[in-house]
Design a protein around this ligand. Structure first.
Ligand code: UDP
Length: 240
């Protein structure tokens, strides 16, 4: 078995990875499936912090579209709280499989999660715990993609791995266009110029400014998280 290519990584899981395909909410079998794959990847000897999304429950921008009775900022806070709900589910799934974890929240929430403190998060990782980072950046109007980029930079991660339900970044939406082709390599500049759907623009800008590589890959293929950690060729890699 080859050595892991990375020492520390951020795994960005979208909330939809917790719901049955095409549905909303949380399906614990789906969560346990991802948890099992993540543990196998970690057993390669890499430190993993997971930034969890909340789109299976609520996305602020979608919730306020055409709805003037709620301030958009309020809806974004609701979205951040959704990520905490997902974080709790993921924590129990990982721990049911015997993995030590810590759930840290960017919004102070005593009794539910530890506050995110950079040095403490690093210490948890060094001790071999999987750290789940919830509540995004703690501020509205961005998404957990931006949180993942920020946390990757704060925690000195070697790479940001974005797990999606397709194989990577395509020339068009592969779920709608059968002729869509997969990019194996992309530059940040090309992602920006062509508006490719990799991560939100703020996240791309952070990664570009700090030359943090991104790997977009399919979490639905068994063993892919492990393959990604070993540095096998899969998905789409975004860099300079
Ligand atoms: N959110 C926010 N600030 C953050 C992270 C998230 O306001 O730093 C809100 C935003 O409304 C977002 C929602 O939380 O839509 C859920 O996160 P996201 O859409 O990134 O979840 P995913 O699509 O990854 O499941």
């Amino acid at each position: 078995m080859s050595e892991p290519k990375y020492k520390r990584l951020i795994l960005k899981l979208s909330g939809e990875s917790f719901a049955p395909p095409g549905e909303r909410g949380i399906s614990m079998p789906e969560v346990v499936h991802i948890a099992r794959q993540t543990i196998k990847a970690k057993e390669q000897g890499v430190e993993i912090a997971i930034v969890i999304g909340g789109g299976n429950i609520l996305r602020g921008a979608q919730f306020t579209a055409g709805n003037s009775t709620i301030h958009e900022a309020t809806a974004h806070y609701m979205g951040m709280l959704a990520t905490v709900i997902n974080g709790l589910a993921l924590q129990d799934a990982l721990e049911s499989l015997g993995c030590e974890t810590r759930l840290m929240s960017a919004i102070k929430m005593d009794g539910v999660a530890e506050p995110f403190i950079r040095r403490r998060a690093k210490r948890h990782l060094e001790k071999g715990r999987i750290v789940i980072l919830a509540a995004g950046t703690g501020a509205p109007f961005v998404t957990t993609d931006t949180a993942a980029a920020q946390k990757a930079l704060e925690l000195d991660a070697d790479i940001l791995m974005k797990a999606t339900r397709v194989d990577g970044v395509y020339t068009a939406d592969p779920e709608k266009d059968p002729d869509a082709e997969l990019y194996h390599e992309l530059t940040y500049a090309k992602v920006q110029e062509q508006g490719l759907r990799v991560m939100d623009p703020t996240a791309i800008a952070h990664c570009m400014e700090h030359n943090l590589p991104i790997l977009v890959f399919n979490y639905r293929t068994d063993g892919n998280i492990e393959r990604a950690v070993r540095g096998e060729t899969l998905g789409t890699r975004v860099g300079c």
